[in-house]
Design a protein around this ligand. Structure first.
Ligand code: NAD
Ligand code: MG
Length: 397
């Protein structure tokens, strides 16, 4: 069996590191062809020394010089490249079989699209790319016979719970609803007054998952679940009314599919991203992921409750943006990235995140977004408006 050759975009992040952990358990199956990181050069240098990729891409010429230095010292002959074009290049290398798309945010869109155009097997962690450019992205996947496997634990669970021969038509497959589980984040039971005072470190301390800071804040505002509703729409061709969010604080049931006959099929497991990563890497086979067995007797109980759209307006805003379609999800995503960044930098209160997004959505006019240019224009307009709203305390710009 020839080894599966992998490019990992965002190798130094939480998903990237977990991917390399699974890969290292199966040296006979996988070969690392290329890695990328924005600026964590030391970690990337260690990864290169260990996995000996042919290419490594970083965000700037300075980072590239630093990486070259470190690699020379360890005698690693990985070729170092820098910049956005280089990311597209390693995402579409003719030798690559599989691309793990694990860059955070809109920066992941172009390289992930490049992988789609090159007809790769894409392991999609970068949900923002699909949220902002769902229509463009899914067209490129189909046109180039690329294979798309979701890494987001919920969507991966849905994949595992849908019929094996799912035809992209929920009705024809006898599916009534997709039940997307959500932990509720660290502030599930916080009062509105507590929410006012939330700090970045509190928001990033997720009760069940260890993740990058941006997605951790998204989980705390529940925008993460909103983005996942939009992600599910594109992945499974599901209208919003067929996607229901269920709060499940234990994060053991990763999502469910409800069928017309009343059956509900769920995927369960410990909250460890190596499970969906291993599933997608080895699909349709199953391999060891290093994940501890699920001990249901120790967990004792699984509970479920409806989401509170009043306390978590981001979830409502995401459903509304999906309903509006066109450029609205791209505007929602860009405004969220700006607001989260301002919050993490101490420039914006936690409860103002949805306010900045709502104002941005009202400010940037609706339009179609079925070309990459239209998506990027919506993204740019929303970033500009979002920055203005985030800078002005509590009033319209
Ligand atoms: P992270 O912040 O830990 O890592 C992000 C990676 O992207 C890093 O390697 C970083 O160097 C790179 N990066 C950041 N900005 C970049 C830019 N402008 N250009 C190029 N590269 C850049 O994030 P993460 O938690 O690993 O999440 C990655 C993606 O996976 C996100 O889209 C997130 O929503 C999704 N995801 C993560 C988890 C999780 O458990 N961490 C679960 C589901 C989905
Ligand atoms: Mg998720």
């Amino acid at each position: 069996m020839s080894r599966q050759r992998l490019t990992i975009l965002g190798a130094t992040g939480s998903i990237g590191v977990n991917t390399l952990d699974v890969v290292a358990r199966h040296p006979g199956r996988f070969e690392v062809l290329a890695l990328s990181a924005q600026n964590r050069v030391e970690r990337l240098a260690e990864q290169c020394a260990r996995f000996q990729p042919r290419f490594a891409v970083v965000g700037s010429d300075e980072a590239a010089a630093e990486l070259e230095n470190l690699l020379r010292r360890s005698g690693t002959d990985t070729a170092v490249l820098a910049g956005a074009d280089a990311l597209e290049r390693i995402a579409s290398l003719p030798e690559a079989d599989t691309v793990m798309a694990a860059i955070v945010g809109a920066a992941g869109l172009r390289p992930t699209l490049a992988a789609a155009r090159a007809g790769k097997k894409i392991l999609l962690a970068n949900k923002e790319a699909l949220v902002m450019a769902g229509s463009v992205f899914m067209q490129e996947i189909q046109r180039n016979s690329a294979v798309l496997l979701p890494i987001d634990s919920e969507h991966n669970a849905i994949c595992q719970s849908l019929p094996v021969n799912f035809s992209n038509d929920l009705g024809r497959s006898g599916v009534r609803r997709i039940l997307l589980t959500a932990s509720g984040g660290p502030f599930r039971q916080a009062s509105p007054q507590d929410l006012e005072r939330v700090t970045p470190d509190q928001a990033c301390a997720h009760p069940n998952w260890v993740m990058g800071r941006k997605i951790s804040v998204d989980s705390a505002t529940m925008m993460n679940k909103g983005l996942e509703v939009i992600e599910a729409h594109w992945l499974f061709n599901a209208p919003p009314e067929r996607i229901e969010v269920v709060i499940h604080p234990q994060s053991v049931v990763h999502s469910m599919v409800e069928y017309a006959d009343g059956s509900v099929i769920a995927q369960l497991g410990n909250p460890d991203m190596r499970t969906p990563i291993a599933y997608a890497l080895a699909y349709p086979e199953r391999i060891d992921a290093g994940v501890a067995p699920l001990d249901l007797c120790r967990i004792g109980g699984l509970s479920f409750e409806p989401p509170d759209f009043g306390r978590f307006p981001c979830l409502r805003l995401a459903y509304e943006a999906l309903g509006q379609g066109g450029n609205a999800p791209a505007v929602l995503n860009a405004a969220n990235e700006i607001a989260v960044e301002a919050f993490l930098n101490g420039q914006l209160g936690f409860t103002r995140i949805p306010e900045v997004i709502e104002r941005t959505l009202a400010c940037v006019g609706w339009s179609e977004a079925d070309t990459l240019e239209a998506v990027l224009a919506a993204d740019a307009a929303a970033r500009e408006a979002g920055r203005r709203f985030a800078a002005v305390p509590g009033q319209a710009a």
